[in-house]
Design a protein. Sequence first.
Length: 202
Amino acid sequence: MLLRASDPALGAGDRILAGTTDYGLRMWNAGDGAEIEPPEGEPLWDITLPGLTVSADGTRFAIGGSDGRVEIRASLDGTVLARLPDRPFRPDALAFTGDGRLAVGCGYRCGTVHAVEIWTPGAAAPDDAYTGHDGAVSAALALPGGAVLSAGGRNPALHLWQPGARSASRVLAGAGAPVTAAGIAPDASWIAWGREDPCPDR
């Protein structure tokens, strides 16, 4: 996954961030293309990083690893700002909510609970969890006003919900393969999603 962190404080030096399958976390200065070596980066070399998201103000980003780790880092240089307790699942779907918390969705090893947890950075346990999906959660987006949009489950649907709610306020359903990726316009005027069954023969 590749994202750009645009923090006004970085000016022309916006950051390009990549969570890789074989080389951990990689960062570049968008202004001159110079690669930035993030602190505490070596432990990430041996795991896949399927989860990556940037905060709305561009100052922070979060990564999720195949070993269950979730870290919040500074966009400037990749310094670790906070770590969540290791999750018992693979955290594929990450999104910063409007109030600065982090949504963490289970993408693999979910057991019988396919949840999106809501975390306050530094807390020992999640504040809440949305459990409306019937399968693994593959993507999460934060919307203006505090709502979260998450994709997952056996059906091609996006769930719109508020942290603390036990059910979705709206389900955007369609036809075809499960939704595996989603994106939103900066002004939230449109949403796009991708459909691809990772195991078409099973």
